[in-house]
Design a protein around this ligand. Structure first.
Ligand SMILES: [Zn+2]
Length: 233
C-alpha cells in the first residue's frame, strides 16, 4: 500500500472517530459546568445558588421515585434519575422547551428531569414553609411521574400529561387547575387527541387530568395501568 493511500485511510478513520466522539458528547452544559451529588435515587446537578435545595430534592426523589416506579411496574428496572436544577431558563432546549411552555418550573426530556431554579420562582426564604411549598407545588413529582411512565407505549402527549398529572395528584393531593373544571367540559377526548398542541394548555391539561383520574376512580389503578400498557405485548 502506498503511503498516500495509508494516509487517506488513517485520515478518514480519524474523522470517523471524531464524529462518533462528537455524537456522544454531552448535549448540555450541566455535565461539565455544574456541581453534582449522587444519592440513592438521583444524581443531582446544580449551581451554587441552588445548593440549599439539593438535599430536599434528594429526599423527595428517594421517597417518591421508588413509589412511582412501583406504580408503573418498574421497581426492578433500577430506580435512579438525573435531576438538573437549571439556574435560569437559558439552558432549556429541544424538546424540553415544549414542556417548559406548559409547566414553566420543570420539564422532562431524554431521561433527565429539569427543574427551574426554585430561587427564581419560590418567593420565600428557605425555611420549613418554603420546603412545604416546594413539595406541594413544585414540579418535581410531576416530572418524576414522567420519568416513571417514560416507557408507556402511547406517544399521545395529552395522555402522557394526564397520567403525570394524575400521579402527581395521587402523591401531593394537588389537582391541576380545579378552577378550570367548567371550561374543560367544553373539550372532548377527540379535541385532546387531534389538536392538543393548539388548545389552551391549561384547559387541555385539566381535561387530560380529569379523563385519567375518572378512569382510575371508576376502574382502579391496576386497570388504568393495564390499559396504558396494553399494546406492549
Ligand atoms: Zn408534564
Amino acid at each position: 500500500m502506498q503511503k498516500t493511500q495509508l494516509f487517506i485511510i488513517i485520515s478518514l478513520l480519524a474523522v470517523l472517530v471524531w464524529q462518533v466522539a462528537t455524537l456522544n458528547a454531552p448535549e448540555s452544559v450541566y455535565e461539565t459546568e455544574y456541581a453534582a451529588r449522587k444519592f440513592d435515587a438521583a444524581t443531582i446537578y446544580y449551581t451554587a445558588q441552588d445548593e440549599k435545595y439539593v438535599s430536599l430534592i434528594a429526599r423527595m426523589t428517594d421517597l417518591y421515585l421508588p413509589l412511582l416506579m412501583t406504580d408503573f411496574g418498574r421497581s426492578d428496572t433500577g430506580c435512579h434519575v438525573t435531576v438538573v436544577i437549571r439556574p435560569d431558563k437559558s439552558g432549556s432546549r429541544n424538546r424540553a422547551v415544549r414542556y417548559e411552555e406548559a409547566l414553566p418550573m420543570g420539564s422532562y426530556a431524554g431521561g433527565v428531569v429539569y427543574i427551574l431554579s426554585p430561587t427564581l420562582w419560590l418567593n420565600k426564604d428557605f425555611d420549613a414553609g418554603a420546603m412545604e411549598y416546594f413539595m406541594q407545588n413544585g414540579p418535581l413529582i410531576h416530572e418524576l411521574a414522567h420519568h416513571a411512565s417514560a416507557n408507556m407505549p402511547s406517544g399521545e402527549r395529552w395522555l402522557r400529561e394526564g397520567v403525570a398529572l394524575y400521579y402527581e395528584y395521587k402523591y401531593t393531593g394537588r389537582e391541576w387547575r380545579a378552577d378550570l373544571e367548567e371550561l374543560a367540559k367544553r373539550l372532548t377526548l377527540d379535541d385532546l387527541r387531534d389538536r392538543f398542541e393548539e388548545l389552551d394548555y391549561r384547559i387541555a391539561y385539566r381535561k387530560a387530568f380529569e379523563i385519567v383520574k375518572n378512569y382510575a376512580n371508576t376502574h382502579g389503578e391496576a386497570m388504568l395501568q393495564a390499559v396504558l400498557y396494553q399494546t406492549i405485548n
